[in-house]
Design a protein around this ligand. Structure first.
Ligand code: LLP
Length: 424
């Protein structure tokens, strides 16, 4: 199921020296749909989603973080697999509802919810809005009163737990903009309990993203239980505790792992204290479900020696996958057709055509000699890949395909130049 350098990983494995997604050679997909192309494995997505469901207590709610991958077909797959959704904007709420997530399985997190977004969430009767400030609670109360509708709310608390990850994606420490301090959470929940149109139902925390250790998450779970018990002694009994998402993915090939096993370990650990205390568990995983399920397929256009370097210029760029330049993130890159003896004697920077030095997908990587037309697969691109893409430099957003065994579904068409005129 997973492998090493020689085999590929997960559902992306070599058969007779051709990298496949499930049963389909990636070369066929490049011929049929062109490059750059996002390719996803349906089986990989489902396996990870099911690992969450299987290891979580029966009543738990696994809310997929739509920001990781908002492709409508993938969202539908996850809704059909019994997951809920964690949304962070009116746009994601729209996508989640369109994909068929039951409203009572949708939670809405985010520090800057707008009037019309709160209205839309109340109109859809989602499970809860997760409040992130006193002013926001006031606005929700005003809108709920005006609509004469009870708004279910959770409060996102900032547990001040520090984690090891990239600083841009660490969110649960006191200096971050997210959530409110524990004492404020208690105050807000008491205010909500006294308001005729507000109903406090949950308490949430999210530590950050791409975190490998399990201990900070169990610390967050214990922290939430302690705070909820304190609230209970003050007469407020919450339904659920939400420990957020954030489980990391092994991007480097030396660390490749069986994702579903890691998921099982994580859920079992975070569920224990919450279940023991008698609360429903809610979690918001994104990356760990979809990252390994997708690759970005690209083609070498030119090679070019420059100074002491060798560049391989490919047809994908930072507008397709911004993670390498934005976070200095490492994504392995596999040759789609490899020679029988792997001979990695050349060192390349894999770069796109965008007019920025930061436009790279990888730096200083060993490869066999590359030539125009060679296909490369950028691994673990299923999360925060297409979702963070843009039209920068007048580039068209790529197509996306979903592989299911021997079948291939085009789940998003490549943009055309006409899209660059949208709305003008
Ligand atoms: N819940 C909340 C409130 C979040 O803010 C996030 C991610 C998640 C859940 C899902 O976290 P995950 O399980 O995917 O780690 N663009 C960055 C990641 C940003 C994550 C933002 N929040 C990247 O490409 O690494």
């Amino acid at each position: 199921m997973f492998g090493n350098e020689g085999m590929g990983y997960g559902r992306f494995l070599y058969h007779t020296n051709h990298l496949h997604c499930e049963n389909i050679p990636l070369t066929h997909l490049a011929q049929r749909f062109g490059t750059p192309l996002y390719v996803y494995s349906r089986a990989a997505i489902l396996e990870n989603a099911q690992a969450y469901r299987a290891h979580a207590p029966h009543a738990a709610r696994v809310c997929f973080a739509v920001k990781a991958n908002g492709n409508p077909t993938i969202l539908r797959l996850l809704a059909d697999a019994g997951l809920g959704a964690d949304v962070t904007s009116g746009g994601e709420l729209f996508l989640a509802l369109k994909a068929g997530f039951a409203p009572e399985t949708i939670i809405y997190s985010g520090v800057g919810k707008l009037h019309h977004e709160i209205e839309a969430a109340l109109a859809a009767q989602i499970r809860a809005l997760h409040v992130e400030s006193a002013m926001e609670l006031e606005l929700i109360a005003a809108i709920a009163s005006q609509r004469q509708q009870v708004a279910s709310i959770g409060v996102r608390v900032n547990p001040d737990i520090h984690v090891e990850t990239h600083p841009a994606i660490s969110t649960g420490a006191a200096q971050h903009k997210f959530g409110v301090a524990p004492e404020t959470a208690v105050t807000l929940l008491h205010q909500a309990a006294q308001h005729p149109w507000l109903k406090p139902v949950g308490l949430a925390a999210h530590l950050g993203s791409q975190i490998h250790e399990i201990a900070p998450f169990t610390a967050a779970a214990n922290f939430l239980v302690a705070l909820a018990d304190e609230l209970a002694s003050g007469g407020i009994r919450l339904d659920y505790l939400d420990v957020g998402g954030g489980l990391g993915v092994a991007y480097e090939r030396e660390k490749w792992e069986v994702k579903s096993e890691k998921i099982g370990e994580w859920v079992t650990a975070v569920a224990a204290p919450i279940q023991a205390a008698g609360y429903q568990l809610v979690i918001e995983p994104g990356r760990s479900i979809v990252a390994e399920a997708g690759v970005l397929l690209t083609q070498v256009v030119y090679t070019k020696p420059q100074g002491k370097k060798m560049f391989a210029i490919v047809d994908a760029a930072m507008n397709d996958l911004i993670r390498p330049t934005l976070y200095n993130a490492h994504h392995e890159i596999l040759e789609v057709r490899r020679t029988s003896k792997v001979d990695r004697t050349c060192t390349y920077d894999i770069v796109g055509p965008i007019c920025e030095t930061g436009d790279f997908l990888a730096r200083e990587r060993p490869f066999p000699p590359l030539a125009p037309g060679d296909l490369l697969a950028v691994c673990h691109a299923g999360a925060y890949g297409f979702a963070m893409s843009s039209n920068y430099n007048g580039r068209l957003r790529p197509a996306e395909v979903l592989v299911d065994g021997e079948n291939v579904h085009l789940i998003r068409q490549r943009q055309t130049y006409e899209h660059l005129l949208d709305g003008t």
